[in-house]
Design a protein around this ligand. Sequence first.
Ligand code: PLP
Length: 389
Amino acid sequence: MYDIDRLRDQFPILRKCIYLDSASTSQTPICSVEAMCEYFYEYAANHGRGAHHLARKTTEKYEETREILASFLKVPAGHLIFTKNTTEAVNLVANGIRWKKGDEVITTFLEHHANLLPWMMLREQGVRVKIVPHENGYIRPENIQNEITKKTRLVAVTHMPNILGTVQPVEEIGRISRDAGVPVIVDGAQSVGHFPVDVKNIDYLAIPGHKGLLGPQGTGALYAKDPDSLKCSIYGGGMVVHVSHEEVELLPPPARFEPGTPNIPGVIGLGPAIRLVKNLGVRNIHAYEKRLGHRMYRGLSSIGGVEVYSPPGTGVVSFNAEGRTPNEFARELDEYKKICVRSGMHCAEPLASSYHCQGTVRASVGCYSTTDEIDSLVGAVRHLSGHDR
Ligand code: PLP
């Protein structure tokens, strides 16, 4: 286990509130903020397109983050395309496949809109979207297998739905799909940095920089096993070997997929954040967050009038308190003890509305959360729900 007090020194904001909204976005460590400051103060320039020393240094630091992420995921750096978030990574795949009318995509009932809308929009091109149901928050791989036909072009599945926190058997789903010759995209928004992710059976992994990897907002990446399987969906500067008015020769991936000026400071700030996660040890983070999750589940489910939707042992716990809307209750927690939790449909409306409520209150931990914070949440929920006697 790591030294939690030392880790929290990297996050001064945590002295000012109880932050239990890490599933939405994580807090950013000082090492990441300092790297961004250093970029602005010492060498800010555009990357990949200049001979001067500032541009060279910027390019070096930008590419260093790609190497750090590659070593973290144990994948080749050239297979990582930087994006501004998970959503953009999924859209790169949705817009990068050459779809034909009648093609099929299999996805699930558990998805965030980021891994649902890009597929639903393909209906306009005559693509059929099949939605596999869940059983108590879990997708059974055989239910995916039963939906695969000769027309299936892709399976798109979340690693961990952001309302329930249930870890999905993506390796098994990947194996089944590969055996059937169908590529798989995994939405790693809630998994990368929280527990080990093995891309052996995964063709595409959508990665947020700003959640489990502790990077700044506006960062993310797509891992593609075969980047050449995708066509570009955005065109512009910085992606070509040569252009004339007659023809275009594109650079190899990943540069081909990153035209225009990207979030350079963000990517540079992401590097040290990933290093921090790597040094903590993702298995340690997983074990620690699981323990916090158990504590949160036990505490919240012992309160009368509180309904908990997540299973025990996950760091993402959704619940509702009788007689309050999720938004009302989240606001009360903030006003009472500066406890920051998320409320509403969590951009996963089909799943949230299947519980016949106006969404949920969701408390989610990060590697820097503490047992005291969990106990404060449980105490506040008990108090505010009128069950503290
Ligand atoms: N997928 C899941 C499961 C999420 O929880 C989220 C955001 O919370 C997303 C996708 C979208 O992530 P981003 O904001 O990085 O695009």
